[in-house]
Ligand binder design. Structure first.
Ligand code: HEM
Length: 329
């Protein structure tokens, strides 16, 4: 009951201003995008516009979670990228080493075979498309299709042929840990406190599954609409430990329908993180803009993408339209 209701609510939850912005960006963006394609046509062997459309086509899945594969595609793109280590230069989305064991079986990646399998027919339909490009593009299309910001994206990730380049276990964050652990993990990738908080806002989408991470439930009542609700819920609800036999997590005291992980709560416990939680809870446009930058950076960590197919000009123009929409009200 909750899932069907959550989906309906989430579709209705996007404020009118955001819906208008999405429509406006789609209309103005179309011509800018066409120009980008012409400019890049010589270098592109894959029709990334068609890949985008193919990804968008399979996002809605009646009967799966809250009705969308979007959240699990975002988690796939993030986990493929978040293995990066700036000191050694290893990991990141280029290589797509999560196809192979041991990385495929790392605890943090539990359940991501669902996303990889759903995208496989698209990989097969587009000769020359790399898994690294497909997984990161799927994450970006998912954010955009769920009313999130446009995110710059470039092609050019090269798949590794086998598992010998798999990153060691433990490069992705644990949900039962606090601020220092988050810093250890994200600083290793090259992120700062502001970017850590912005990226965490992806938890406005999707849910935890007892058969994947062991945790249970969604973070918001609108888990298929990108928004700053995650930050607002963190600040405005009273969170109490969930009484159950599963791992330690929090639920809202007034009903127990939504949840927070210990690592989510860490963002309100640490003053340097909390500062950004406050900013993003109060300003959705700022959150969207910062999320777009940080997520683009995440998907490009360790990648050499010079000369690849690029959506950047399209994004610049749509950002301008977004600002005009915001300040023109
Ligand atoms: C800050 C440290 C983070 C921790 C400890 C964490 C932990 C988790 C856990 C335990 C789940 C539940 C998995 C499941 O049971 O299916 C999850 C789901 C998810 N995470 Fe995170 N995460 C973190 C950061 C991020 C970031 C940076 C992103 C993206 C930018 C992200 C995006 C998501 C999404 C979209 C889901 C929902 C997946 C679904 O519905 O299938 N997370 N995360």
């Amino acid at each position: 009951m909750f899932r069907a209701g959550a989906r309906l609510f989430s579709r209705m939850a996007a404020p009118a201003a955001r819906r208008n912005a999405v429509v406006a960006t789609a209309v103005v963006g179309t011509s800018a995008f066409a120009m980008t394609q012409v400019a890049m046509a010589d270098t592109a062997t894959v029709d990334y516009n068609k890949v985008r459309a193919d990804i968008a086509d399979i996002l809605d899945q009646e009967g799966y979670d809250d009705g969308s594969l979007g959240p699990v595609f975002i988690r796939l793109g993030w986990h493929a990228s978040g293995t990066y280590c700036k000191e050694s230069g290893s990991g990141g989305s280029t290589g797509a080493t999560m196809r192979f064991d041991p990385e495929a079986s790392h605890g943090a990646n539990a359940g991501l075979h669902i996303a990889r399998a759903a995208l496989e027919p698209i990989k097969q339909r587009h000769e020359g498309l790399s898994y690294g490009d497909l997984w990161t593009l799927a994450a970006i299309v998912a954010v955009e299709e769920m009313a999130g910001p446009k995110i710059p994206w470039q092609s050019g990730r090269v798949d590794k042929p086998d598992g010998s380049h798999c990153t060691p276990n433990g490069r992705l964050p644990d949900a039962d840990k606090g601020p220092q652990h988050l810093r250890d993990i994200f600083y290793r990738m090259g992120f700062n406190d502001q970017e850590i908080v912005a990226l965490s806002g992806a938890h406005s989408l999707g849910r935890c599954h007892t058969d994947r991470s062991g945790f249970d439930g969604p973070w918001t009542f609108a888990p298929t609409t990108f928004s700053n609700l995650y930050f607002q819920e963190l600040l405005n609800r009273e969170w109490v430990p969930k009484q159950w036999k599963g791992p330690h997590q929090f639920v809202n005291k007034d009903g127990g329908e939504i949840m927070m992980l210990p690592s989510d709560m860490a963002l309100t416990e640490d003053p340097a993180f909390k500062k950004w939680v406050d900013i993003y809870a109060a300003d959705e446009a700022r959150f969207s803009k910062d999320f777009s930058s940080a997520f683009c950076k995440l998907t490009e960590l360790g990648c050499d993408l010079q000369g690849g197919f690029s959506y950047t000009p399209f994004v610049l123009i749509t950002s301008l339209v977004g600002l005009a929409t915001k300040y023109g009200q």
